[in-house]
Design a binder for this molecule. Structure first.
Ligand SMILES: [Zn+2]
Ligand SMILES: [Zn+2]
Length: 343
């Protein structure tokens, strides 16, 4: 079978390897589709926290090819989707209900990337975060599970009331999912991005107002001006992963407002915070990483309901040999996501 390995920035290769064999509790999936993601773009450009060479990709869905001993929930031929992680449920953080902080979080791409014809799913993921795809749901729709789970978790942690104004900074796939979820939760959404193309999709997702950040001098000010008396937004979400944008999000929140820092930045960077905003204006700044099984399950239910739909998120299809092209096109911003389709 073919799979994609990362060697060094700008050097990823499609290689042949054996089809994996499932151990007890494990399942081997024959992938039908695998989606590109901003994380893959970052990895392609600057590497990731794993030692190379490592397998790439983490958003796939397919059909059960083989099931290991003791797997009761799934059988050969089932259409399935597996999230890319599962918590241990035994460590200090898991017991505190903070499963995204799990010290032993099983991340599947460590074992086996999703840019591969076959993928072995570890037992804890099979048990906690793998689902049967219902009739009528496409493989592309199911493969949105991982990023959507993160956006659903982030939306759940963002404090706002019905009718409040929420600004989403960044309209990549995750930002667009935030826009949709905040809209469905009853917010008046303002979307910020530098691409008119993505801002048009943002409107389709429910954004009432859009700001092209390439055309304003001060993004935070431009957003505040869209609120009554220029007081600022009730909640600001950062979905880019740049410290400058974290600052912008902090500066657009109203007194008593809420800021969610979703986008991960390079290690060790710092963001200055105006002490007046934090103390006298009592803003709340919250970080969020990844997701938890509670929200993976919620995200799958929302995918079934059609809260978001693959047609808005997944554009072109490529064979696995064209992985580099698919990732670079994603990086260019001319598509929201691309899809690797397996024959
Ligand atoms: Zn992803
Ligand atoms: Zn744990």
């Amino acid at each position: 079978m073919k799979r994609v390995l990362f060697y060094k920035p700008q050097d990823i290769r499609v290689e042949e390897t054996d089809i994996p064999i499932p151990g007890p509790g494990e399942v081997v999936i024959r992938n039908v589709v695998s989606l590109t993601c901003g994380t893959d773009v970052k990895t392609y450009k600057r590497g990731y926290r794993f030692e190379p060479p490592f397998a790439m990709g983490h958003e796939a869905s397919g059909v059960v090819h083989a099931a290991g001993a003791g797997v009761g929930k799934f059988k050969v031929g089932d259409r399935v989707v597996a999230h890319n992680s599962a918590p241990c449920n035994h460590c200090y953080y898991c017991k505190k209900g903070l499963q995204s902080m799990c010290v032993d979080l099983i991340q599947n791409q460590l074992v086996n990337g999703a840019y591969a014809e076959y993928q072995k799913i570890p037992a804890p993921i099979v048990e906690q975060n793998m689902f049967l795809i219902p009739d009528g749901m496409s493989h592309k729709q199911a493969a949105l599970l991982e990023p959507f789970s993160c956006a659903v978790y982030g939306t759940a942690l963002t404090e706002f009331d019905l009718g409040d104004t929420v600004c989403v900074n960044g309209c990549g796939p995750i930002g667009l999912m935030f826009i949709r979820m905040c809209y469905l939760r009853g917010a008046r959404v303002i979307a910020c991005d530098m691409s008119d193309n993505r801002l048009a999709v943002a409107r389709k997702m429910g954004a009432l107002e859009t700001v092209n950040v390439g055309r304003v001098e001060d993004q935070a000010k431009a957003v505040r001006e869209l609120t009554e008396d220029g007081r600022g937004v009730d909640a600001a979400i950062e979905a880019v992963g740049l410290p400058e944008v974290w600052s912008v999000a902090i500066n657009m929140a109203r007194p008593g407002g809420f800021v969610l820092c979703f986008g991960g930045t390079a290690k060790g960077l710092t963001v200055p915070v105006d002490t007046t905003k934090l103390h006298y204006e009592q803003i709340t700044i919250k970080g969020v990483f990844h997701t938890t099984p509670l929200y993976v399950n919620a995200a799958f239910e929302l995918l079934k309901m059609g809260a978001i739909s693959a047609e808005d998120f997944v554009q072109n299809e490529y064979p696995i040999e064209d992985i580099e092209k698919a990732i670079l096109e994603h990086a260019s911003g001319s598509v929201i996501k691309n899809c690797i389709a397996f024959g």
